[in-house]
Design a protein around this ligand. Sequence first.
Ligand SMILES: Cc1cc2nc3c(=O)[nH]c(=O)nc-3n(C[C@H](O)[C@H](O)[C@H](O)COP(=O)(O)O)c2cc1C
Length: 142
Amino acid sequence: MKKVVVIYWSGTGNTKAMAEAVAEGCTDMEVRLLQVSEASVDHVAEADAVAFGCPAMGSEELDDTEMEPFIASLSDNVVNKPIVLFGSYGWGNGEWMADWEDRMLDLGAKLITEGLIINEMPDEEGIKKCKELGKTLAKAIE
Ligand SMILES: Cc1cc2nc3c(=O)[nH]c(=O)nc-3n(C[C@H](O)[C@H](O)[C@H](O)COP(=O)(O)O)c2cc1C
């Protein structure tokens, strides 16, 4: 069975709710849902596909305590790896996600679809979008 890992950081639970729904959407896969503090680069290297989640923090930045250093440590472990990105935001315009996408592409990742951004806590429609994102990632490695 193909392996998917969902790795996320969430301060107040909004991106956590997204991560749980993304994982739920990865049907017929072996799925691991990990906070970034529990994850290692080996989890990324060993997975067939990875979903990363992080809200907009700082000034349109990734969380600089855990997610930023984790992404910085990936080096060539995401080259050609099917990846999706997601995260919650507050008042911005999604700039952090656009920057994150560019960064992952520069690392050689195979972004399957554009990053999913949801304002604050996902509602029913948002949860559905998260599940669809997981399904799209799973389909990419079927
Ligand atoms: C320190 C801090 C910085 C933030 N910076 C931004 C930002 O630059 N742009 C934005 O749209 N939202 C920003 N937000 C809002 C969060 O992205 C938003 O509340 C999000 O839903 C939090 O997700 P979480 O519950 O997964 O932590 C910030 C929130 C905090 C606490």
